[in-house]
Design a binder for this molecule. Structure first.
Ligand code: IMP
Ligand code: MG
Length: 189
């Protein structure tokens, strides 16, 4: 018997299957390719950690040339509710002035993380700046942020998988899922 539990034992239900996600990413890649067809330059900025799986699939679905860079932001800690405070943990490697920049994020919830990112990147004077988010929880929005490319709208439920974590775990699940209540139990002890 293995000492390590199976992540799937903590899953209550699958909200978006791996196939459904991959299908949608192909559509998003086509849309992005079309919109940027006249631009030589395209830079995808991955918002760590949550965006790393989405970035790698979206990047591979794009047939056109593009660069990638990474930025790390913290807004959640180990809780399931946003603190509202956003902190820059790691900055981009290169300047972005004059470049066509597309931010790749896992989820837009209150909108505070993306508002902070959008405003701080805009101040660096890119040629253009757009946002691509895999998930959107519209019912939780507190601030208005323009999101040009959206994968899926979901209900106000805490989800994990495909880059999204709870307490740093579950990011490696290939689908988006809801956890069983017992997983959260220690938060209320
Ligand atoms: P916002 O600043 O409230 O829009 O929160 C965005 C960030 O919160 C995302 O980048 C995620 O890291 C995290 N987050 C929001 N909702 C969820 C969720 O349902 N599961 C896991 N992380 C989430
Ligand atoms: Mg995140």
């Amino acid at each position: 018997m293995s000492k390590v539990r199976d992540l799937q034992d903590d899953i209550a239900s699958i909200m978006l299957s791996a196939d459904v996600i991959q299908q949608r990413i192909q559509e998003l890649a086509q849309e992005i390719s079309k919109d940027y067809q006249d631009e030589e330059d395209l830079l995808l900025i991955c918002v760590l950690k949550g965006g790393y799986i989405f970035l790698s699939d979206l990047s591979r679905a794009l047939q056109r040339p593009h660069d990638v860079d990474f930025m790390a932001i913290s807004s959640y800690g180990n809780q399931t509710k946003s603190s509202g405070a956003v902190q820059l943990i790691m900055d981009l490697k290169e300047p972005i002035n004059g470049r066509h920049v597309l931010i790749v994020e896992d989820i837009i919830d209150s909108g505070r993380t993306l508002q902070y990112l959008h405003d701080s990147l805009l101040a660096r004077q890119p040629a253009s700046l757009r946002i691509c988010s895999l998930l959107n929880k519209p019912s939780r929005r507190e601030v208005d942020v323009p999101v040009e490319y959206m994968g899926f709208e979901i209900e106000d439920e805490f989800v994990v998988g495909y880059g999204l974590d709870f307490g740093e775990k579950y990011r490696n699940l290939p689908y988006i899922a809801v956890l069983k209540p017992h997983v959260f139990a220690h938060l209320f002890e």
